[in-house]
Structures are given as C-alpha cells and as structure tokens.
Design a protein around this ligand. Sequence first.
Ligand code: 13P
Length: 343
Amino acid sequence: MTGSDLSETAQTLVADGKGILAADETVPTVTRRLAALTIESTPEIRRAYRKMFFTTPGVSDFISGVISQDETIHQHDDNGTPLADLLIRLGMIPGIKVDYGAKPLAGCPEEHITEGLDGLRDRLREYSKLGARFAKWRAVVEVSDRLPTPCCVQANAHALARYAAICQEQGVVPIVEPEVLMNGSHTIERCEEVTGRVLHAVFGALYEQDVSLEGMLLKPNMVVSGGACTTQASVKEVAVATLRCLRRHVPAAVPGIVFLSGGQNHLVATEHLNEINQLKGPKPWTLSFSYGRALQDEALHAWRGEGENLGAGQRAFYHRARCDGAAALGRYSPSMEAELLVA
Ligand code: 13P
C-alpha cells in the first residue's frame, strides 16, 4: 500500500454514518464476558459468537470495518471461508489487534505499558496476507490525584508511535488508541487535563517518528467523569469537554477519530457521540465510533450462546449499529430505540 492507499483505507473506515466494531477481546476477556451469562467459552462458541456479528444482514450499512484478534482471524465459516474473507465479501474491512496487552510498568507501581513491538513487523506481514488492512494497539492510562506519571505517558506514547510507524511501513493503517481509563473517582475536569496531556505526548511521538497523520485513525476515550465520581457530568458537558480537548490536541490532518466506549452504557455511548456531532464549530475530522462492549452487549444478552437466539442477537446488533451510525452523523434520536421492536 502507498501513502494514498493508507489514507483511502482510513477514510473508508470513517465513511459517513459508519464506524468500526471492536470484536478483538482476547480469549481471557471474551471468556469472562461469556461466563457472566454462564456461556461456556470454547473456540467453537467464540467462533459462533463472532460470526453472529459478522453475518448480521445489512449491518455493513453502519459498520465499515471489524477489529478481530489472533484466534478469530485464523477461523473459518462453515463452508471453509476464512472469516476475514467473509467480512470482505460482506462489505467490511478486516482489522487486527496486534498488541500483547498492558503489562506492569517497571518503576511505576499501578501503571502499565503495552507490550508487543518485538516481532510486530513479521506478525503484520502474516495478518496482511490473511486480509487485514488496519490494526489496533491499545495503551491504558490510570488516573488519580498522582497518576499518570510522566514516565507512563511518555513510554506509552513512544510505543504507540513505534507501532504506528511499523504498521505504515507494512501498508497497514494504524488505529492509535491511548485510553484514559474511566475507573476511579476523578472529576471530568481531571479527565480532560489527563486526556489532553496524553494526546499531546502521543502526537509529539507520532511526529518524531514520522508517522503520516493522513494514514491513521485516533481511538481515544471521551472526556467523562470517573465511574466512582460523586458528580457525574451531563451528556452535554461530556460532549463539550471532549470536543474542546480534541480541538486542542489532535491535528486536522487526522481523517477520523473513532471513540472507544470504555465501559459506558450502550445508550449513553450513543447519546454522547450524537451530542458531540451536534455541537457547532470546527470539527476537522470525522467523529465516529469503534465500540466493543457498547456494540456487543445487547446482542450478547439476546443470544446467550443459543443457536435458536441467533436472529434475536443479530437484530439487537443491527439496531445498536444503526443508532450509532445515526449518532456518527448527529442524527440519532431516542425515539429510534423503540424501532428495535419492529425491526
Ligand atoms: P470498548 O468500546 O468496550 O471500550 O472496547 C473498545 C476497544 O477496542 C478497547 O480496546
């Protein structure tokens, strides 16, 4: 892929009214989510779970691409078609999570550094052959009165930029995901301060390592109150703070910003995205979604691991994708929620 191919793929991923499905939970994480509903986690059940999303009729109207993880990208459908090829056939771009997860950061108790740079070039070559055209790397930043440390912010920014540079060298669009976590009792103001600092460091590192901003996407958290904060910011306050922070720290050359949901309730995640898109003033990037839990939760509850519930799970997923697609255009309305019943 050339630079213009990278930017074309990045733009296709944030086409009007479309966003990304993050279906790249590691095996231990997806096993935890299934276990919460007493669903057994085997390779076959995980394949059925992913396939429910991938084959939802018509969902490519709202989903431009899907992030998978290593197990899924090596699986096939019942006819022997690789799941990545199936996605392409259904009109979605396959993507792949390439990090090895957040590990304890030496010298900084309570903080984490995302690992996985070693061997990344070779892994990307293999994933490209399997059809992946974009990748994801997630860094996590804990917030408290004392955290994050400058060491944590700089180390993760550096690793994100190294990852992004290697992806672009291999013709793969990097999704750069620095997640400031919602866990904790911090205020929305503290979240905005930390998110701004992290984005500033990330774009500094991307600049130093010559990453093409046109050929990448940013996947940030929204600026929200900590989950345990006694004062929870309103939808409007979240939208205003999020957009202000992004305007201050994200260059206009980045084609798209695709938010993570980070533990927000699915309805709230839809409302926040819609409100952000409804705000007046400059928005030089497309603002869309790359949700995991907020796109999957209703479908998981409807499916519950039973083949006979496949249709119900797919209807739930289609509905949420449609609502989030509308929110990406600032055209969502709560009245859409009732339409699931007649879909
Ligand atoms: P959530 O939307 O559940 O936060 O997942 C998005 C993601 O890809 C996290 O890395």
